[in-house]
Design a protein around this ligand. Structure first.
Ligand code: AHR
Length: 681
């Protein structure tokens, strides 16, 4: 239980931040700010991935029985079971159609179920078919082309189908088209649905596929089977099988330099047959079987390995690839040795998929999947949070991966997920999910780190977890304090990324975990089917990454104000420690230089609820201009936040300011993050 005292300690002297502009402590790493991602909170399906149809392959209810590693062949695909007595989830019958899941008539082995639609009840007055309501709605925008496709076959059916985008109450049809030629064999059908211009965007809509009213003669009876029913809106940069435009744009605005994927827990899965099995997530989407994600819902894997790379390509990010390392969330594990080797080879092949050219097996496959150019890869992470592996097998597992990867790709820098002794990891991934006072209390921790350790740091997951579903201003203040720490210590912290990135806010508190749109509160970016917004933490990160600079300058500080943090710490073995009080600093800072622009960039965070004067002294320069720029993110109180209804309540404002110089005092607003750009000579 953590409690924050409301009053700060008396402050006698003005705090001073000294910047030694002639002392460079680090070159800012080129990929310092990045993104971390996994399928959680409907991040891709119902999120970034453009697909608008929910449960397009009808496997949402698939039963994937756990398989222990001793009985598991990683090269084999283990088909899921389908309870055909269940109603097809997220689909409903239209008119007098009868719909059911069918495992006898299937498109292929990967998608071993189809939607059977019996149309005997259809009439000219009452067409029959199926409807899908998307991920908490289907967004419809004016003047927009939607690509619809599906696989279908029929029996005793010789008519056409009408596909339409319509309001959920069926009163308004926004776009429709007719699809012909459904006969006895499976075939792919595709058409475009184009909306008119005269309506307000909405999400209370559905996609309907039904029999066609065609004049006087009606003969559309019989049965059809459907599979891989897809509706794609225009995607970011028009990439096929690509991403939602507004979310991609929000991320692009953060200027991320790398993408850590695919997890997080998602790389591990609960069981071996639920890990991120990349070989089953490549090729045409209709040949990807999908899998149950560790966050409790089905993933079609339409957003698979090539699609992460497509995202990197869209935003100019470098992949930071996490590979499955023989350990799962439910503690199944394969220790180092011959039985681990197939997984090591799987990782090596995955690296080849990302980086190989046309002469390599997996590089050629990536090219076939739509990405002709090899991706630049510098970092590979072995596993995720392997400190949970109490058997102590990680040291050996890491060594086996390390030796094999370095032998083939000596240039790669390998990241360990917990300290190892067997090899010298290039980087160690550290994760910090904290309350605001905890984050601020540790905002000087890396300044004290041993500089002689050859293993550098990757802060692969961090967040100040205040606010749900997205963080509020208190979260942004903790984050900014922490980012100051990361920047000051960029000689040892090479890269870092916030987590989780995304949350679908449509239904965050549903009692059923798989029905809930959120599995983890406090996420950087929120959205529903129609709209999206960045949290205050998003904007804190945006202004930091827009003002990185290329040299880190030495800093000192005196008289930093503190507040009292009364807390009982985290319970251990069911016992809550006695309450204690810590004095936590309430002003945070970092300084960098943008050499090309001749600017010194000073970041000051005032987490207190009162204004705060800070004296800034800059040595090692001839002069600092009196005028400069200030970018400020602030709020009236620390609970203030952004939301779908008020997406820009807290956003940064940049303005010209005066009164700057080599030694100046400035008042910083309550609950504020300020970035000063000073012109130095
Ligand atoms: O970010 C949410 C989860 O937190 C990640 O999947 C996992 O690595 C960590 O425990």
């Amino acid at each position: 239980m953590l409690v924050v005292a409301t009053t700060g300690l008396a402050q006698t002297n003005v705090p001073v931040v000294q910047i030694h502009a002639d002392k460079i402590t680090a070159q800012m790493p080129p990929t310092f700010y990045g993104l971390m991602t996994e399928e959680i909170n409907y991040s891709y399906e119902g999120g970034l991935y453009g697909e608008l149809v929910r449960n397009r392959s009808f496997k949402a209810d698939a039963i994937e029985s756990p398989i222990k590693p001793t009985n598991y062949d990683p090269a084999k695909y283990y088909p899921v079971e389908i309870a055909v007595t269940n109603a097809p989830k997220f689909w409903s019958a239209v008119g007098r159609a009868k719909i059911s899941l069918d495992t006898n008539v299937v498109l292929n082995a990967a998608l071993n179920v189809s939607l059977k639609v019996e149309l005997a009840g259809a009439s000219k007055e009452s067409p029959a078919g199926v409807a899908n309501g998307g991920y908490w709605g289907i967004p419809v925008q004016p003047g927009t082309k939607y690509n619809l496709s599906f696989f279908a076959r029929g029996e005793n059916f010789n008519g056409d189908l009408t596909v339409s985008l319509q309001s959920a109450d069926a009163k308004r049809v926004y776009a429709q088209a007719v699809v012909s030629g459904i006969r006895g064999d499976w075939k792919k059908f595709a058409t475009t649905l184009t909306t008119g211009s005269d309506f307000t965007p909405s999400k209370e809509n559905r996609l309907v596929i039904s029999t066609t009213r065609d004049g006087t003669f009606f003969h559309h009876r019989g049965t059809i089977w459907l599979q891989e029913v897809s509706l794609m809106p225009p995607t970011f940069k028009n990439r096929p099988n690509g991403d939602r435009v507004d979310l991609s744009q929000l991320l692009d605005d953060l200027h991320p330099k790398f993408l850590r994927f695919p997890g997080g827990n998602y790389v591990e899965g609960d069981y071996f047959n639920e890990r991120f099995n990349w070989k089953q997530m490549i090729g045409p989407p209709e040949q990807r079987p999908g899998h149950r994600s560790c966050w409790g819902y089905w993933s079609t894997d339409g957003f698979g390995l090539p699609d992460y790379l497509g995202w990197c390509q869209d935003l100019g990010m470098e992949p930071v690839l996490a590979v499955f390392a023989g350990y799962t969330l439910k503690h199944d594990c394969i220790a180092a040795g011959p039985e681990l080797e197939p997984y090591v080879q799987e990782a090596i092949a995955e690296i080849e998929y990302v980086t190989g050219d046309a002469s390599t097996q997996w590089g050629a496959q990536r090219i076939k999947d739509g990405y002709p150019n090899p991706f630049k890869l510098r970092y590979v992470e072995i596993g995720n949070e392997d400190f949970f592996d109490r058997t102590g097998s990680y040291d050996g597992r890491f060594a086996q991966f390390y030796d094999a990867i370095k032998a083939k790709y000596p240039q790669l820098r390998l990241i360990a997920t917990t300290p190892v002794k067997s090899r010298t990891a290039d980087l160690l991934d550290e994760h910090y999910y904290r309350s605001e006072p905890e984050m601020e209390a540790q905002a000087f921790m890396y300044d004290a780190r041993d500089r002689s350790n050859p293993t550098k740091i990757f802060v692969g997951e961090w967040a100040t977890r205040v606010g749900s579903p997205t963080p509020d201003m208190a979260g942004a203040l903790g984050d900014a304090a922490w980012m100051c720490c990361l920047e000051r210590n960029a000689d040892i912290v090479m890269i870092h990324c916030y987590a989780p990135l995304f949350v679908n806010v449509s239904d965050v508190s549903n009692a059923a975990r798989d029905a809930r749109s959120m599995q983890w509160p406090s996420d950087l970016v929120g959205y529903d089917a129609l709209g999206s917004y960045g949290s205050p933490s998003y904007y804190a990160q945006k202004i930091f990454s827009e003002h990185t600079g290329d040299e880190v300058l030495a800093t000192d500080a005196q008289n930093l104000p503190v507040y009292s943090w009364i807390h009982s710490g985290r319970p251990r073995n069911g016992v809550t420690p006695p309450a204690r009080t810590n004095e936590v600093k309430s002003v945070f800072y970092s300084a960098t230089r943008d050499t090309a622009r001749g600017k010194i960039i000073v970041k000051i965070v005032n987490r207190s609820d009162a204004p705060q004067s800070v004296q800034i002294q800059i040595g090692g320069v001839n002069s600092i201009a009196g005028e400069g720029l200030a970018t400020v993110l602030k709020a009236d109180n620390r609970d203030a936040t952004n939301s779908l209804n008020d997406p820009k309540h807290i956003i940064p404002v940049t303005e010209e300011v005066s009164g700057l110089g080599a030694n100046f005092t400035r008042d910083f607003a309550p609950c504020s993050i300020t970035i000063l750009e000073l012109s130095a000579k």
